[in-house]
Design a protein around this ligand. Structure first.
Ligand code: AMP
Ligand code: MG
Length: 409
């Protein structure tokens, strides 16, 4: 049986980043950049003021102090958006607003609070009293301070989060080249399942996994082609897998029917039209985990229990989605946490649902409750998955263990 690390590596080597497409910047959040962005412009594009105030020459204001203010005639008024102003005449100041271009010759901006200007006066005064001498370069944002011409601003593989979107906007990229989003064909199997709109008869339950797994795929940047439910019949599972191939999916993900039960037909269905690479991993929850190909299309069979299937999604499918989508890093952030109570394992690599509480500059980990693989409510409460390594059966209270951070708020 494979370890988690071996299984992940063996799955990941079958995938490469998908091709690319152009998207409008306004639709690019969450996508992964497929080009290097090297700036053709400076940011800021021109020297400008970071305060509302008065542009001056430092040498002409050195004598200013609260007890000895100096007065300069005001030779101009520069609102934000004005064209580059004429040079600052010697012995004068110009009123300037935040973001407005600095006149040549000025080497500091005195904030309005350090003058006798009554704030908000519509027209500039004819002279201004300076109450404090500014330092050289004070309140000036030089050209290229953030980004210089020729600089690589964003590497290919960058996830387009709000700040990256902002940089692209600032540099004039109305369209960006990103990786295509993976399309995942998603299937639930099981005779006991009814869709969420249905009424379960005695012995039946509602299909949890179609919905939870679809939500995870979308959250991790994929698109979902819902294949719905297949009953525990070889022919029915095979027909659904065939449908996935016709949809042009990049990957098939199924839940349940991959264990050793008498009606577990998923492995057989995969082998009928393709090949199974492995179907068990040394972990808890989630030992039945199948990987293979159906007619050339990669296939991951997750276990049926709702927590096992979501943990399998987290550990095995999420890295694949990230790799397909063009990310360069596939791992969650892992933080060490101190156990608030003892935690147990059967010796397999174990993923426990924990809530994290800030404590002494780090985190205390509390179990979120019953750790059964069907107890989905304890995953709802989890900030992370605490990992007990293979071969360890107990971690004592007060000891530390690594925790994978889930998307916590
Ligand atoms: P199996 O892997 O088919 O043996 O299923 C393991 C457990 O997961 C059983 O208790 C199933 O009823 C349950 N299960 C399977 N699929 C789902 C699903 N889509 N939603 C909720 N529970 C499921
Ligand atoms: Mg079943």
């Amino acid at each position: 049986m494979l370890t988690v690390a071996e299984a992940r590596a063996r799955i990941l080597e079958h995938f490469e980043p998908l091709g690319t497409e152009w998207v409008a910047l306004g639709a690019a959040r969450g996508r992964v950049l497929a080009e290097v962005i090297q700036s053709r412009e400076n940011l800021p594009p021109f020297a400008n003021s970071s305060m509302d105030g008065y542009a001056v020459r430092v040498a002409e204001t050195q004598a200013a102090a609260p007890t000895h203010s100096i007065v300069l005639p005001v030779s101009g008024d520069i609102p934000a958006g004005s064209a580059i102003p004429p040079a600052l005449p010697r012995g004068t100041a110009m009123r300037i607003m935040t973001g407005a271009p600095l006149p040549e010759g000025a080497d500091a901006v005195v904030p309005v609070e350090e003058t006798d200007d009554a704030r908000g006066s519509a027209s500039a005064p004819s002279a201004i009293r300076i109450l404090r001498a500014p330092a050289h370069g004070a309140n000036i944002r030089p050209v290229g301070q953030d980004v210089a011409v020729g600089q690589v601003v964003l590497e290919a593989g960058t996830l387009l989060r709000p700040a990256a979107i902002g940089v692209l906007a600032a540099l004039g990229h109305a369209q960006v080249r990103v990786h295509r989003q993976p399309l995942i064909a998603l299937l639930s199997t099981g005779d006991e399942l009814v869709p969420v709109e249905g009424t379960p008869r005695p012995g039946q339950i509602r299909d949890t996994n179609s919905y939870s797994l679809a939500a995870a795929i979308e959250q991790y940047g994929g698109r979902v082609a819902r294949l719905g439910l297949a009953r525990d019949r070889l022919a029915e599972v095979r027909a659904k897998l065939q449908q996935a191939r016709e949809l042009g999916a990049d990957l098939i993900v199924s839940s349940a029917g991959v264990s050793v039960g008498a009606y577990d037909f998923v492995k057989e269905a995969v082998e009928a039209d393709g090949a199974l690479t492995f179907w068990r991993v040394k972990m808890r929850p989630g030992k039945p985990l199948a990987f293979g190909r159906v007619g050339g299309l990669p296939f991951i069979g997750l276990p049926g229990n709702p927590v096992s299937s979501l943990v399998g999604m987290e550990v095995f499918v999420r890295p694949v989605l990230l790799k397909l989508a063009g990310h360069r890093r596939f791992d969650r952030l892992v933080v060490p946490a101190t156990l608030a109570e003892p935690m147990h394992s059967d010796g397999r690599e174990t993923y426990l649902r924990v809530r994290l509480e800030p404590h002494a500059g780090g985190y205390l980990a509390h179990s979120t409750g019953h750790q059964g693989s069907n107890i989905i409510t304890s995953l709802v409460k989890a900030d992370g998955l605490l990992v007990i390594p293979e071969g360890v059966t107990e971690v004592a209270s007060g000891q530390t263990a690594p925790v994978w951070l889930l998307d916590a708020f």
